[in-house]
Design a protein around this ligand. Structure first.
Ligand SMILES: NC(=O)c1ccc[n+]([C@@H]2O[C@H](COP(=O)([O-])OP(=O)(O)OC[C@H]3O[C@@H](n4cnc5c(N)ncnc54)[C@H](O)[C@@H]3O)[C@@H](O)[C@H]2O)c1
Length: 259
C-alpha cells in the first residue's frame, strides 16, 4: 500500500497574535501542520498552550522577519521539525498605520516600518522558495486596503502595503508555475480577542463602526483565515496567482460624501 500523503505544512509569520493567530487556528483545525514565526516569545509560548490539542502539529519559532539571519534560522527550524513546507503566509507586521507628518517623519521610523512590513516579506519568500518549489506550494501575503486608500499621515505603512501588492505579482511571475503567490488586503479586522493575555483589551468599537460596513459588521481574523486556506490549497486555487483579494466588508465600494 502507498504511504499516506503527509499533512501539509504552513509557516505563518506574526502567527502568535491577531490575524496571524486566527490563521494558525484555522489551518490547524483543517489538518495543516503549522510553524508560528513571531518576534514575541510570550505570545508564541501562549499559543503552544492554547493549541496543545495539536501538540505534534504546531511549533513556535522566535523570529524577527526583518533580519535575514533570523529568517534563515526560522526556515531551517521549520524544515527540521516538519521536513517540508507547503505554504508561506507572510503576515508579520507593525499594524499601526499612523506616522508623524511627512515633514517631521524620521528616516529611522520609515526604515523600521519598511523593513518589517515589506522587506520581511521578501526575505521570507527568498528563503522559502527552494522548499516551496519542491512541494509545488504557495505564498499568501497579507497587505491592507491602505495599499489603495489613505487617511492623512500613513506614508510609511501605505508604501509598505503597496509594495506587498506589487511584490506579489512580481513573485508570481518569477516563481510560476511551481509556486503560486497571492495577496489579501484586509480592511478593519478586530483582533482584540486574539491578542496575548497580557495585552488583551475590550475592542474599541462603536455600533456605527460595525454598521457602516456594507456587510453589516467589521471583520474577524476568521474572514481572512478562510481565504488564506483557499489560496494555499492547490486543489481549490490552482488557477489563481499574482492576485490581490480585498476583504473589507465592502467598504471600498462605498461613495463617501460629507453629510
Ligand atoms: N487588524 C487590521 O485591521 C488589519 C488590517 C489590514 C491589514 N492588517 C495587517 O495584517 C497583519 C497582522 O495584523 P494584526 O492586526 O493581526 O496585528 P497584531 O499586532 O495583532 O499581530 C502582529 C503580530 O506580528 C508580530 N510581529 C511584528 N513584528 C514582527 C517581526 N519583525 N518579526 C516577526 N513577528 C513580528 C507581532 O509580535 C504580532 O504577534 C499585519 O501585516 C497588518 O498590517 C491588519
Amino acid at each position: 500500500m502507498a504511504d499516506a500523503k503527509p499533512a501539509p505544512v504552513a509557516l505563518v509569520t506574526g502567527g502568535a497574535q491577531g490575524i496571524g493567530r486566527g490563521i494558525v487556528q484555522w489551518l490547524l483545525i483543517r489538518g495543516w501542520r503549522v510553524a508560528i514565526a513571531d518576534i514575541d516569545s510570550e505570545a508564541g509560548e501562549e499559543c503552544l498552550q492554547i493549541f496543545s490539542d495539536y501538540q505534534d502539529a504546531v511549533t513556535f519559532i522566535e523570529c524577527d522577519t526583518s533580519q535575514e539571519a533570523s529568517v534563515q534560522a526560522c526556515l531551517a527550524a521549520t524544515l527540521e521539525t516538519f521536513q517540508r513546507l507547503d505554504g508561506l503566509v507572510n503576515n508579520a507586521g507593525i499594524a499601526n498605520p499612523l506616522n508623524d507628518p511627512v515633514e517631521t517623519l524620521s528616516l529611522d521610523y520609515w526604515n523600521r516600518i519598511l523593513s518589517t512590513n515589506l522587506t520581511g516579506y521578501f526575505l521570507m519568500a527568498k528563503h522559502a522558495v527552494p522548499s516551496l518549489r519542491q512541494s509545488q506550494g504557495a505564498i499568501v501575503n497579507i497587505a491592507s486596503v491602505r495599499a489603495f486608500q489613505s487617511d492623512p499621515h500613513q506614508e510609511a505603512y501605505a508604501a509598505a502595503k503597496g509594495g506587498i501588492v506589487s511584490l506579489t505579482h512580481a513573485l508570481a511571475l518569477s516563481l510560476g508555475p511551481a509556486v503560486r503567490v497571492n495577496c489579501i488586503s484586509p480592511g478593519w479586522i478586530v483582533v482584540s480577542d486574539w491578542k496575548k493575555a497580557s495585552e488583551r483589551q475590550e475592542p474599541d468599537l462603536r455600533e456605527v463602526d460595525q454598521v457602516q460596513h456594507p456587510a453589516g459588521r467589521a471583520g474577524r481574523p476568521e474572514d481572512i483565515a478562510a481565504m488564506v486556506e483557499f489560496l494555499l490549497s492547490a486543489d481549490k486555487a490552482e488557477f489563481i496567482t499574482g492576485q490581490n483579494v480585498v476583504i473589507d466588508g465592502g467598504m471600498n465600494r462605498k461613495l463617501v460624501y460629507a453629510e
